[in-house]
Ligand binder design. Structure first.
Ligand code: DX5
Ligand code: ZN
Length: 221
C-alpha cells in the first residue's frame, strides 16, 4: 500500500475509568487521531459521553481530536465541541437540515469538517457539498455500538464515494467506522479509504500499538 493511512482509535472501547492513561497510551502509539463518539440516545439507541470527555482528552492528548457527533440538531452544539478542542467535527447527514450552513460555521471556526453517512444513505446526496468537506465518514455498521459486524456492501459505496470526490475536485478524506480490523483494512484502503476508525479491535489488543500498525500498514488477506 503506497498511500499514507490515518488511524483514529475510537475511545468508545477504552477504559473510561482511566482517561488520562488511555490518552497517554494513544500518544505513545503510531495512531494519528483520537476518535470520540458522542451519542445522544435519540439519533442512535445509545448514550455515551459529551463535552466533558472531549475536554478531558484535550488535556492529555497530543493527537487531533476527531469528534463524531451521533446527535440530533448538531448545529446547536458544534461551537461548544470546537471550543473544547475538536480538530475535526463530523456530524450526520441524516441529523441536519441546513447542512451547508453548519459546514460553513464549523470551518469558519478553524475546525475541519466531516459529514457521516449511515449505511443506507447514498453518497450521491453529498454531490453539492463534497467540495467544501474535509472528510466523508462512511459508516460500515449502523451507528450506536462498538463491536458490530462490518457491512460488506460498504466496499462499493467507498469506491463510488472516491469517484465522486475526484469528479468534484474535492480533497475530502474518506473515513470508515465500524467493524474495522486487520482482515478488511487492505481491501478498504484499496477501495479508497484514507482514515480508519477502530475501537474494539484496538482496545482489546494485548499490544495496542502493534494493532494500530496493522491498520496503518495493512497487508492483503
Ligand atoms: C459506532 C461508533 C464507532 C465504534 C466502532 O457507532 O461510531 O466509532 O466505536 O467500534 P468498533 O471498531 O468496535 O466497530
Ligand atoms: Zn464513530
Amino acid at each position: 500500500m503506497d498511500k499514507t493511512l490515518i488511524v483514529s482509535p475510537s475511545i468508545l472501547s477504552c477504559d473510561h475509568a482511566n482517561i488520562e492513561s488511555e490518552a497517554k497510551k494513544i500518544n505513545k502509539s503510531s495512531a494519528d487521531w483520537v476518535h470520540i463518539d458522542v451519542m445522544d440516545g435519540v439519533f442512535v439507541p445509545n448514550i455515551t459521553f459529551g463535552l466533558p470527555v472531549v475536554k478531558a482528552f484535550k488535556k492529555h492528548s497530543e493527537k487531533m481530536l476527531d469528534v463524531h457527533l451521533m446527535i440530533v440538531n448538531p448545529d446547536n452544539y458544534a461551537e461548544r465541541f470546537i471550543k473544547e478542542g475538536a480538530g475535526m467535527l463530523t456530524f450526520h447527514y441524516e441529523a441536519c437540515t441546513h447542512i451547508h450552513r453548519l459546514v460553513s460555521q464549523i470551518k469558519s471556526m478553524g475546525c475541519k469538517c466531516g459529514i457521516a453517512l449511515n449505511p443506507a444513505t447514498s453518497v450521491t446526496l453529498l454531490e453539492d457539498i463534497v467540495s467544501d468537506l474535509d472528510m466523508v465518514l462512511i459508516m460500515t455498521v449502523n451507528p450506536g455500538f462498538g463491536g458490530q459486524k462490518f457491512i460488506e456492501h460498504s466496499y462499493s459505496k467507498i469506491s463510488r464515494c472516491k469517484e465522486m470526490i475526484l469528479k468534484n475536485n474535492s480533497s475530502a478524506l474518506i473515513q470508515v467506522d465500524g467493524g474495522v480490523d486487520n482482515t478488511n483494512a487492505y481491501k478498504l484502503a484499496d477501495a479508497g479509504v484514507d482514515v480508519f476508525v477502530s475501537g474494539s479491535y484496538l482496545f482489546a489488543a494485548k499490544d495496542f500499538d502493534a494493532n494500530v500498525r496493522l491498520l496503518k500498514y495493512p497487508v492483503k488477506y
